[in-house]
Each structure stands twice: as C-alpha cells, then as structure tokens.
Design a protein around this ligand. Structure first.
Ligand SMILES: [Zn+2]
Ligand SMILES: [Zn+2]
Length: 449
C-alpha cells in the first residue's frame, strides 16, 4: 500500500498514514479538523481511507469510517472495493464488518474482472472465502443471481474461484468451494491454457492436496483442454511426478463423494465429517499403492498388519458388539435412519460410491441397506446404545465394555493407518483379508441395480 500514500497534501498524507498504522486518535483528530478528507483518495491508486483500513486489517478505523456513513463500495483506480482488498490480504474481521455494512459482493475489478470471491480463493484465505459465501446465502444481490451462479462466477478470462484456488495450491479453498457447489469440471475461457479445468490447473500448480480434493469430487482425469491435453500431461510437463501418478488415467479410480445422492446433501455436519474423513482415508490408502508403483488391484496381504498398535486396537474392538457387520474391522459410526441398521463410515461410503465412479455418469438411485434392503433415505451418526454408565440396569460388565468400545472407536477414528483397503474390499477391486466373509457379502454385492 505504501506507494500510494505519497504526494497529496500533508494533511491527507497524515490521515492515510494514521489509517495504515491503526492510529485511531490521529485519524479522528485529522477528520475533526478537516471532515472533507473522509472522501479523499490517494493520488495514484485512488485508495480511500476505507481501502487502506481494509487492506491493513485496521478494524477499529474501518468500523469508525463505516460509522460515519462512508460508502462501503467506494472503488479505487482499478475498481477494487475495500472488500476485495480485505479478502486479498486475509483480513477476516474487516471482511465480516464490510459484509455486515452491506458491501456489494458482486463488484468486478477492472484488472481481471474479478470479485471478492476470486480474491479470497486466489490468495487462499479460506476464512474470508467462507464468510463471503455465507453472506451470499442471505444476501439479496446474490439471491437475484442465484447462489450456484455466484459460486461459479467467472473473471474476465473465464476463471471461476475454483480455477484460481486450484492453480494457486489452496486445498482448503478448493474444498469449501466444492462443498458449496462449485462445478468441478468447468473449463476456463482464456485463463491458463484455454479450456483448462480445475484439475488441469491443479496439475500445473503441483498440489497433491488440491488434486486429491478435486478427484474426490469427481473431477474427470480424461477431460481435455483446448489443446487436447489431459491433466496428466500437464503434470508431467511441469515435472510434478506424484501428481502425475494420481492423474494417470490408468491408475486406480479414487472413491468419489456421492454428492448427487439426496441423502448426502442432507447429512448433518457430524455424519458428513465422518464420511468425508473415511473417504479421504480410503483414497489415501489407494494413493499409497499408486505412489509406490504397485498395482493396487492385486490382493494385498494385510495392508497394515505390521502396525502392532492398530492390531491390538482391532482385537480389542473385536470383543465388542458394535463392530461393523460388513467389514468386522471398524466400529459402527453411521446409522441408516429408517431401519436403524448400523455400519462403519467406510462401508457406508463404499456402498454409496459403488457403481458411481463419476457423478457425470452416475445413476441417482439411492443405495439400499445391506441388512434389510430398504432404500436409504437418510443417514445419521450412530447412537451408541446404553451409553449411560451410571444406569444400574447395565451392570459392571457391560459398562466396561461400552467404555472400551468408545475408546476403540476414538482410536480407530484417529488412526492414520486404518484398514480402509479391506473395508472397501467387498465393493471395489480389492480382496483384502476378508475372504472368509465373501460369500455372505456377495449376496448383496452381486445384486447390482
Ligand atoms: Zn465396515
Ligand atoms: Zn436396514
């Protein structure tokens, strides 16, 4: 901001300097002497005091200025609003204050035709991004536009906020945008190489985390840009070897978040977090084999058996009654609401993702409960039955058992070396070590819709 502060009158200079460093007393004194300065701007960039306060995160001064009814949408030379500058510099309190003051989220700068949402995504400020998206849900401007259209808003060269976040290696922003309905396969106009998808741009940026997120949301590895290149080629060209391995169309398809399913959209936060975690864990297990260069489709002999700690945990959990009856390895954490049958998060996901490798080709019929074959309309976090330890009816044995299952549940959720491979086994290509149960599982696995 410094270069914009020179020149002008000394009064002006004093004001802008005081705003920049957050000297509220001086700002008030100067404005007391010369109230008209409130509407002055720096000579070159045409930054107002509000721009300078927003870019420097001077929330007290920003609030004071807004309190004096300064227009929150005042623009600088490049038609940037204070909200854009606050989002660019990650000044979340200023972003919130400006949104509260009714700042327009649909302003486009004259530099690249970008909005505040582009700024937050490009610079990777996920808190600001989230604040703007939350405002957009209640904001009348975005309502007239439609929220989905706002999330996928394009800049002057056709880049959506998701394109920018993927290119700039911002996995948290990529996640938030996808979660809010950003189109995973949108191609740019002229931004980057023409026709690039977010996956092309992530391949160019070389962020494994971004690629992982995009693939889990169904990004297409064989979609071509305008020059006919798939993301794999882009990653190879930029020498991002690990990214290229995941993007190689011949390597294993990751599990894809079954977002087209209605009940997935209606999950409560806790159940959603459990399933998302299970999905990322399962995909990481696949990645390990891909990155090692081993074919993951080969039956893998007890993937994490070397981990003694986990083994202990598993055998302890095995003595409990709440083990998932599909994989017999994970604790039940998810419940089908109508029938009350319980499964672990990994089996639930495998069930929902099965036969749906890509949302663009996915059929939208909901899966059925593997135990009673009723259609799954709603999932919830499994209630642990008789959890109350003080209940005298339970007695000593069962309450110690319940404590134990609680503990093993926590441990298995926190463990990085979970046995996702065999949990996925009955549905996917992996055999795992579940051969003893295959017959029972095949009854409903073979019965594909
Ligand atoms: Zn299971
Ligand atoms: Zn059921």
């Amino acid at each position: 901001m410094g270069q914009g502060l020179s020149c002008g009158t000394s009064q002006e200079h004093g004001l802008f300097r005081a705003v920049q460093v957050g000297d509220l007393d001086t700002v008030e004194a100067v404005l007391g002497r010369e109230p008209a300065l409130l509407h002055h701007a720096t000579v070159y960039d045409r930054h107002s005091a509000l721009h300078i306060a927003a870019a420097n995160g001077q929330i007290e001064i920003l609030s004071m200025l807004l309190g004096r009814s300064v227009n929150p949408d005042v623009l600088n030379r490049q038609k940037q609003s204070p909200l854009m500058l606050a989002a660019m510099h990650g000044k979340i309190s200023c972003v919130e204050k400006l949104l509260e003051a009714g700042a327009n989220i649909l302003k486009f700068d004259s530099l690249h035709g970008r909005t505040c949402l582009h700024y937050a995504a490009y610079y990777g400020h996920d808190d600001c991004l989230q604040a703007i998206l939350s405002a957009a849900q209640s904001n009348t401007v975005a309502a007239s536009w439609g929220f989905a259209r706002f999330v996928n808003i394009r800049d002057g060269r056709g880049a959506t906020p998701l394109h920018l976040a993927a290119r700039q290696r911002r996995p948290e922003c990529v996640h938030i945008l996808l979660d809010n309905g950003a189109l995973v396969c949108a191609s740019t106009g002229g931004y980057g190489c023409p026709g690039s998808t977010p996956l092309h741009l992530a391949a160019k940026g070389g962020s494994l985390d971004c690629i992982r997120e995009l693939l889990a949301w169904g990004a297409d590895r064989v979609q071509r840009d305008a020059s006919g290149r798939i993301p794999y080629v882009v990653a190879m060209k930029h020498r991002h070897g690990a990214c290229a391995a995941l993007l190689n169309p011949s390597s294993a398809e990751p599990l894809v978040w079954p977002s087209p399913l209605k009940f997935i959209g209606e999950l409560n936060q806790e159940a959603k977090a459990l399933l998302e975690q299970a999905l990322m864990e399962a995909n990481r297990e696949r990645e390990k084999s891909i990155l090692k260069g081993t074919a993951y489709s080969l039956p893998s002999p007890s993937p994490s058996h070397s981990d003694v700690g986990v083994e202990d945990n598993i055998s302890e959990a095995s003595s409990d009654t709440e083990l998932c009856c599909i994989c017999f390895e994970q604790v039940c954490t998810i419940e089908v609401q109508e029938c009350g049958h319980q499964m672990c998060a990994h089996c639930t996901l495998a069930l929902c993702c099965h036969n749906k490798p890509n949302p663009t080709t996915a059929c939208l019929t909901p899966p059925v409960c593997p135990f009673c074959r009723s259609t799954i309309y709603r999932l919830a976090v499994a209630k642990i039955r008789n959890y109350d330890d003080t209940d005298s009816n339970i007695g000593d044995i069962s309450s110690s058992k319940l404590r134990k299952s609680r503990r093993s549940q926590n441990m298995s959720e926190g463990s990085s070396s979970f046995k996702g491979l065999s949990a996925v086994g009955p549905f996917g290509k992996m055999g795992g070590r579940s051969s003893g149960r295959v017959a029972a599982e095949n009854e409903w696995v073979d019965d594909k819709p």
